[in-house]
Design a protein. Structure first.
Ligand SMILES: [Zn+2]
Ligand SMILES: [Zn+2]
Length: 147
């Protein structure tokens, strides 16, 4: 009787050991999978920006340019606020993206909205309304030209 109960507990211990080993292996596989997962792609997109303070132009990864509390929206050199760099189609003048204060304003008509948008996009140099955000390739080409 004593013998059989001894055998029984030995068997149980062995089962527990096997169970424990399986768990350790499973955990190992799990942690291996977790650590070997590819790194997440960086947030946001690369855009050409200009520092409003020192006027330095650079390519930066921006998530939300309107977020004032995002450190990525500030110049590495002087800490100035960055803005998307725009370029006039007519005179090639470059300027920080004009900020629209649409939210704070009430408009009487659609044409008024149109008017404000158009005015805000006007080139500060020649007054043309034809402007566009500077693209990465455009910026790189420009940098090469200047060298
Ligand atoms: Zn700066
Ligand atoms: Zn212009």
């Amino acid at each position: 009787m004593e013998q059989s109960s001894n055998n029984f507990s030995k068997g149980r211990i062995r089962n527990l050991l096997i169970f424990g080993v399986i768990i350790v292996i499973l955990l190992g596989i799990l942690s291996y999978r977790v650590t070997s997962e590819p790194p997440k792609p960086p947030e946001g997109a690369k855009v050409v920006v200009i520092c409003k303070s020192c006027k330095k132009r650079m390519i930066k990864r921006i998530v939300n340019i309107d977020n004032d509390s995002d450190k990525r929206n500030y110049c590495d050199k002087c800490g100035g606020r960055l803005a998307i760099l725009w370029k006039c189609n007519e005179c090639q003048f470059e300027f920080p993206e004009p900020k629209l204060e649409v939210k704070q304003r009430k408009f009487k008509s659609k044409s008024e909205i149109y008017d404000v948008v158009m005015k805000s996009q006007r080139c500060p140099n020649c007054g043309s309304i034809l402007s566009h955000p500077v693209t990465l390739s455009e910026f790189k080409k420009d940098q090469k030209k200047k060298k």
